[in-house]
Design a protein around this ligand. Structure first.
Ligand code: BGC
Ligand code: ZN
Length: 369
């Protein structure tokens, strides 16, 4: 069976490997689910793993199979599996349990262990292959009516967690009722977050560099959000025009933007950082006294959020469904860039890193039969 793999920490090593076909007995106690892979989305994490910035092979292997955003169809289930049956569409969570108490209660997404075990990212093989087996605990059903958006299940789980974390943390304020949100970055995370915040009734401004008019603006408007090109209006000017946001979700991939967005948050506001910045950039010229003062006097909150567990997948998928009712046909516009199979890894990496018009690059691996 073919899979797309990298040699971790080695620059530009994506290549096709031959691996053994999976079998249900890989998972003990009859809890195995055998899945045929239909589509796998790729994102900046895959690009950075291929750049050699991070990523580790499973113990005993020299390569790491890529792919953490999977959409597939169940082919076979073990006798103990109740929530899935052959023919169901599904996705999988990414992180597998480590040894901490968070992991033992199913919160692998907030493990405090030094290592995290993530399929397709760190120490566990990913889904960019023809078939795979996983424990039923990590396989989440995708409703048939969402099969055209199933490949967005993992990204949307990341957004669901980021938003949930803000609301959970803000219970510290007893009566927090956010009205205005900024989302920085208009990649898949930024756009899907905008959609989810609109479903919660917030006024949403998405800030990114790409000039108008364009697809990002079209999608934001489809969700009833506003798209601001920072080449046309500086964040500081936007704040003068519309006020300070109660909630900022940062998803640009730039630590410069992440830190600078601290300047715009409203009193009692929450800022959520979601960018995994694998580089070595440092910022200079940051008004730290002023930001520190305003954050203390304004009781502001910063929370980092990564990954998503089973519940976040379910919430994200539920919001994908609700968005189809509220904003029909908008979300599929994110799916700009399908690639036929993974035989040509260079094409995948090229689309991911050089194609400015690509909002979502994903690989079509098989058709449902
Ligand atoms: C993935 C997350 C993962 C994170 C850190 C992201 O690209 O979507 O599931 O936890 O990278 O590895
Ligand atoms: Zn990702």
């Amino acid at each position: 069976m073919k899979a797309l793999a990298v040699n971790p920490k080695q620059e530009n090593s994506a290549h096709v490997v031959e691996i053994d076909a999976p079998s249900l007995d890989f998972v003990p106690n009859g809890r195995g689910v055998l899945v045929k892979t239909l589509q796998v989305g790729v994102d900046a994490t895959d690009a950075e793993i291929n750049e050699g910035l991070y990523g580790q092979a499973p113990e005993g292997d020299s390569f790491l199979v890529l792919g953490h955003e999977v959409f597939g169809i169940v082919e076979e289930v073990g006798p103990a599996v109740k929530h899935l049956k052959p023919g169901d569409y599904c996705t999988c969570t990414v992180r597998r349990p480590g040894p901490t108490m968070y992991d033992t209660i199913g919160r692998n997404d907030i493990t405090s262990h030094d290592e995290y075990y993530e399929r397709g990212i760190n120490l566990r093989h990913g889904f960019m292959t023809e078939k795979f087996v996983d424990d039923a605990e990590f396989v989440v059903k995708v409703p048939v009516g969402l099969k055209h958006l199933g490949v967005l299940s993992e990204p949307v789980s990341v957004c669901a967690k980021a938003i949930e974390q803000a609301y959970l943390a803000q219970t510290r304020l007893q009566v927090w009722n956010p009205q205005l949100a900024f989302v920085t970055g208009a990649g898949q995370i930024g756009l899907l977050t905008a959609m989810m915040l609109r479903l919660r009734g917030l006024e949403v401004y998405v800030l990114a560099r790409t000039p108008n008019p364009g697809l990002k603006e079209e999608i934001c408007e489809g969700y009833g959000a506003h798209y601001i090109s920072t080449q046309e209006e500086e964040p500081a000017d936007l704040v003068k025009r519309v006020g300070n946001p109660d909630l900022i979700i940062e998803a640009t991939g730039s630590s410069y933007v992440a830190f600078n967005s601290m300047q715009y948050l409203n009193r009692n506001g929450a800022l959520v950082w979601t960018s995994v910045t694998g580089g070595k950039n440092t910022i200079t010229d940051f008004p730290s006294d002023q930001v520190n003062l305003e954050w203390v006097l304004g009781n502001k909150l910063l929370v980092g959020s990564v990954n998503g567990n089973r519940d976040h997948f379910k919430k994200g998928i539920a919001d994908l469904a609700m968005a189809e009712v509220m904003f029909p046909g908008v979300t599929q516009k994110i799916l700009t860039t399908p690639i036929d199979g993974f035989d040509n890894p260079a094409e995948i990496i090229d689309k991911l890193t050089n194609d400015k018009s690509a909002l979502k690059v994903y690989v079509n691996i098989a058709e449902a039969s």
